[in-house]
Each structure stands twice: as structure tokens, then as C-alpha cells.
Design a protein around this ligand. Structure first.
Ligand code: AMP
Length: 561
């Protein structure tokens, strides 16, 4: 096994690594270190965060710094301020026992004067976000004419965020004979183009697979008619009261229209598109970043440069024409170990596009049913109950009104009071959805066969005919299909109201346990600390065999109920 000593790092670096607990090099470090230390070759590393890529480029950079030379020797460009700070901190740790090495991070959104002052101390290594760096270059505060090494870290994210022009301008300010290293989690054609134009005969190292979409994102699709697209969106949002998401549209006009209709229906939504002034755009983004806005409706172009990746959902109101754009969209969720859902609302003629995306991201979309009224009310009620049970009442503040409240309501029984509370909150929703039609449409037969993979289950109706004690409905559906599909068995999942789980999330958990295959799911009952799910016998044994899956960063276990 290769060690850091074998790779030839200076003893001071080895000491720092041993303190950091780095025992052996990770694959990307092992595969790039020798080339980086012993040759001048450029490198393209296809690697995600978590593979040790920072040390892969950081250790050779530290190893090569000459402290007595006072110009900037290495520059690392990162897409976000957070990564910029992280990388500079990591480099400082690796350089802990080497004397006189100065690392400086410069990034936007903070006072530029302090950074200008620090620049006068002649850092050897500069870690920067592109916009701020260009600003500093244009003010004559950064000179890259003697630069030795340039690193483009998370190149795909930088391009995704709209930094292409800035990067090219920065590259133009560096010497031709610089060495260039580029790291990227995916290799869309824009990133390949940068590599082709600015890197010379690079060594290519791939850790994991090219163009893979993030693992923690579930890809779901809902099928409806074009005319019901908006209503389907509303239902999906209604069934996820905790949603914090982006809705992607194809055009400015559609973005405006969808946002306007959402607002008119009382949703906490706004639009981001090219017609907004910078000030308006900043205002919308500030609200969204602070989560004072639940839904941001945007075009791909307008969304570039937005560094928000902690969404619970990404909704493709219309699928993008380019599969790479889908990767960018869906990459805004499922980060930092959290699970996210990327949803496509499609009509029956859009399966080709869906297949094309599946081919590129190497993931399968799982069909979900557009929730019916009962489902939505259940989700919302659950959310409401959770909010009430978790509420820490300001007893002192409320005490002033308690006498009157007791006088007016104290005579009601507990049941009556709860009934009235629920009715007060949900009457309008119940009324709204009272006779709401089923918005789902059957995918074309060819598609059903493809997706069911030989499974003769009738498909969708059974999944959503559950909840309450609607046994009658479900049995009727089964009889109608003339296919009883075997017996239902109950599986217990150790997650319930205590973790604010919703029926769609339970379905996602089961599907995950089934290897992202769409299982046939009967009734779901969500209790305080567990949920009971009806599954077919073969799915029950598959799920029990898997035993557990990760959900929202935590282990969720299955047991026979
Ligand atoms: P990165 O991919 O650069 O974000 O690194 C992911 C994490 O792995 C960071 O917390 C690093 O400190 C850590 N790390 C990097 N290289 C090694 C190594 N050789 N051994 C142990 N941990 C490492």
C-alpha cells in the first residue's frame, strides 16, 4: 500500500498529515501526487467532494511553495465562499510545520478593504471566488503575471453558477506557461471545453463515474396532461407542507405566469427571471436564502450563480432540453448527506426526454401518483399536528388571554375542541379538494411495460387508494383489475410523526429499500414513532432483507409488523 512517505512529501508535511490523522492517501491523492510532484503535467481530476481532492492538489502546492518569493505562486478558484474558506483552512493545516507560508482567502459578500490590506502582506497562495478576484485584479490589487499553478476547484459548479466569463478573463491574466489543474464532480461539455482550451495534455484521473448525478437525490416523475400541469404542481406542493424548493420553467413568460398563479393561490412563492433589476433580484434571493420564501420559480439562466444547494425539492415544471441542465437543477438538492427529491411533471409525450436524461444521469426516475385530496389533507394535517405538538408556547404572553379563552371555550370537551380546531384550519382545504378529479394519466402502454419490468401490477390506483379506512375503495380497485396481486403484508418502519414523515416520504423510503424500484404499496398508517405500510409479499421480504436505509441522514429500520 502506498504511503504519504512513498509519495515524497516533505517531512514537515508528513508531520502535519499524521496530526490530522491522514494515514494513507485516498485514491485521488495516490493517483495524482507523483505526477504533481515529479512532473509539470496538467491534471484533470473527476472527483466529488469527500474524495480528498483538496489534499490531492493542496499537498503538492504546499510542497512546492518557495517562501522567500513574494509573488502569488498558486491560485485556487472555488465556486462558493464556503468552499473558499474551507480550502484555505485546509491548506494552512497542511502547511502548519513549514515556516513562512502565507495563504489568503478572498471571496465576495464581505468587506473588500480588509482583503486588500491582507494582500499587501504578499500571500504565496491565494484561494478565491471568481467575481471577487476579478474585482481585485481590476483594482490593481492582485497580479497574477508570475503565477505558477492555477487550480479550478469544482469547475462544474463554477460554470453552473455563471462564472464562465470570469474564469476565462482570469485565465487570460495568467502566464501561458502556468500549470493548470482542474477538479470537477461531473464533466459536462462546458467543462470539457475549458479543459480542451486551457489545459495542455492533462493527466486524467477519474474517481467514481463520469457525469453521475448526486447519489442522494431521488428522481421522481408525475404524469398528467399539459393543461393540468399547474394543478399537479399545486397538489405536489400541498402534499409537502415543509417544501423549500425551486420550480424550473423553460421561459421567462412561463416563470412569471407560474409564480403569479402560485401567489394568487396563496403560496409563498416568487419568480427569478431576466426582467428583474439587480436590486429586485437581490431582494428575492435574500428572502429565499433566509427561507422567508418557500418556492422560487426560475429559468436555468436566471438560476445560474445562485449558491443555494440545500433545497428539499427541485421541481421541473418542464424538463430542460439539455440533460446537463437537469443535472445542474437536481444538484441543488441532496447535498451534505441530506436526501433530496427532484421531480419532473411530464405529459405522455415526454417520455423520450425522460429516457434521455435517465441515460445521461444513469439513474431511473420513479413514477409517483399526483396526490388526491385525501392524501393532501392527511399530509397537511400531519404537518399541523406536528407544529402544534412541538410548539413551545409563550405561557406568559398567552396568560393575559387565558381567562377569556377559558370562558369562551372551557366548556367544550377535548374532542369537541380538537374537532373545531381541525375544521377551522382545514375546512377550506377539505372543500377545495372535495370533488377534486384524479389528475394522473396513464403512461403509454409501451412505457408501462418498460417501467413495470414484467410486473403485472395495474400500476397506480392501488398506491393512492389508501389512508383513512378506505378499505372498500382499495378492494374495489383490486377487484376491478381482476388481479389480487397476492396478499398484503404489513411492514413497520421506525419513523413516524416524531420525525414529521409524510406518506410520499414513506413511499420514497420503501422504494429506496427496493433499490429504487417502484413497489406496490397499500395503506400507510403513520403513528407517533413508527409507520405501518402494506406491501406485497415479495416486496415485504425484499425490504426486510435490506433491513434499513438512510433517510435524511439517519438510519430507518424495517420490521415485520
Ligand atoms: P475533500 O474531498 O477534499 O473535501 O476531503 C474530504 C475529507 O476527507 C476532509 O475532511 C479531509 O480532511 C479528509 N481527508 C482527505 N484526505 C484524507 C486522507 N488521506 N486520509 C484521511 N482523511 C482525509
Amino acid at each position: 500500500m502506498t504511503t504519504f512517505e512513498d509519495l515524497g512529501f516533505k517531512p514537515e508535511i508528513l508531520k502535519a498529515l499524521s496530526e490530522l490523522g491522514f494515514e494513507t492517501p485516498t485514491p485521488i491523492q495516490e493517483q495524482t501526487a507523483k505526477v504533481l510532484i515529479e512532473t509539470d503535467q496538467d491534471v484533470v481530476g473527476l472527483a466529488q467532494t469527500g474524495t480528498g481532492k483538496t489534499a490531492a492538489f493542496g499537498l503538492p502546492i504546499i510542497h512546492d511553495v518557495e517562501p522567500e518569493i513574494t509573488h502569488i505562486q498558486s491560485l485556487i478558484l472555488t465556486p462558493t465562499r464556503e468552499l473558499c474558506i474551507q480550502v484555505s483552512k485546509d491548506l494552512e493545516k497542511y502547511a502548519k510545520y513549514l515556516r513562512g507560508i502565507k495563504v489568503l482567502a478572498v471571496y465576495g459578500g464581505t468587506d473588500i478593504k480588509a482583503q486588500i490590506k491582507k494582500l499587501t502582506e504578499n500571500p504565496h497562495i491565494l484561494v478565491a471566488t471568481p467575481g471577487r478576484l476579478l474585482d481585485l485584479i481590476n483594482r490593481g490589487r492582485v497580479d497574477l503575471s508570475e503565477l505558477g499553478i492555477l487550480v479550478l476547484d469544482e469547475a462544474d459548479e463554477m460554470l453552473n453558477m455563471g462564472f464562465k466569463d470570469d474564469i476565462e478573463e482570469i485565465l487570460g491574466r495568467t502566464p501561458e506557461n502556468r500549470r493548470t489543474l482542474m477538479f470537477s464532480a461531473t464533466m459536462p461539455k462546458e467543462v470539457s471545453a475549458i479543459a480542451k482550451n486551457y489545459l495542455y495534455n492533462p493527466l486524467e484521473v477519474t474517481i467514481g463515474k463520469k457525469n453521475e448525478s448526486t447519489n442522494t437525490v431521488f428522481h421522481h416523475y408525475y404524469v398528467t396532461t399539459s393543461s393540468n400541469r399547474f394543478n399537479a404542481l399545486r397538489r405536489i406542493v400541498d402534499a409537502h407542507p415543509d417544501i423549500y424548493g425551486m420550480v424550473f420553467c423553460r421561459t421567462r413568460a412561463e416563470t412569471k405566469e407560474v409564480a403569479e398563479r402560485l401567489v394568487n393561490h396563496g403560496y409563498n412563492a416568487d419568480a427569478l427571471h431576466g426582467d428583474l433589476s439587480q436590486a429586485q433580484r437581490d431582494l428575492v434571493m435574500d428572502k429565499f436564502r433566509k427561507k422567508n420564501l418557500q418556492l422560487l420559480v426560475a429559468t436555468d439562466v436566471a438560476a445560474r450563480g445562485i449558491d443555494i444547494y440545500n433545497l428539499t425539492h427541485v421541481i421541473n415544471y418542464n424538463l430542460p432540453d439539455d440533460a446537463e441542465n437537469y443535472t445542474h437543477r437536481s444538484g441543488r438538492t441532496g447535498r451534505a448527506g441530506k436526501e433530496g427529491i427532484s421531480i419532473a411533471i411530464i405529459h405522455s409525450r415526454e417520455f423520450n426526454k425522460l429516457h434521455e436524461i435517465e441515460r445521461v444521469i444513469k439513474k431511473t426516475f420513479v413514477q409517483q401518483m399526483i396526490p388526491n385530496g385525501l392524501e393532501i389533507c392527511q399530509s397537511q394535517l400531519m404537518h399541523y399536528f406536528n407544529k402544534i405538538s412541538e410548539l413551545k408556547a409563550d405561557k406568559e404572553g398567552v396568560s393575559k388571554f387565558m381567562d377569556e379563552a377559558m370562558e369562551r371555550l372551557g366548556g367544550l370537551s377535548k374532542e369537541e375542541l380538537i374537532e373545531k380546531m381541525v375544521a377551522y384550519e382545514f375546512q377550506h382545504l377539505l372543500n377545495d379538494y372535495k370533488n377534486a378529479p384524479d389528475l394522473n394519466i396513464e403512461p403509454p402502454k409501451k412505457e408501462q411495460r418498460r417501467r413495470n419490468d414484467g410486473d403485472s401490477q395495474g400500476g397506480r390506483q392501488d398506491r393512492w387508494e389508501r389512508g383513512g379506512d378506505n378499505n372498500k375503495g382499495r378492494n374495489r380497485q383490486r377487484d376491478n383489475r381482476g388481479d389480487d396481486g397476492g396478499n398484503w403484508e404489513q411492514v413497520s418502519v421506525n419513523i413516524g410523526n416524531n420525525r414529521r414523515v409524510s406518506p410520499p416520504q414513506i413511499i420514497a423510503i420503501i422504494n429506496k429499500a427496493l433499490g429504487n424500484r417502484r413497489g406496490q404499496i397499500g395503506r400507510i398508517k403513520i403513528n407517533q414513532s413508527n409507520s405501518l405500510v402494506e406491501l406485497r409479499a415479495q416486496d415485504t421480504s425484499a425490504v426486510l432483507q435490506v433491513g434499513s436505509v438512510k433517510f435524511d441522514g439517519e438510519e430507518v429500520r424495517f420490521a415485520k409488523a
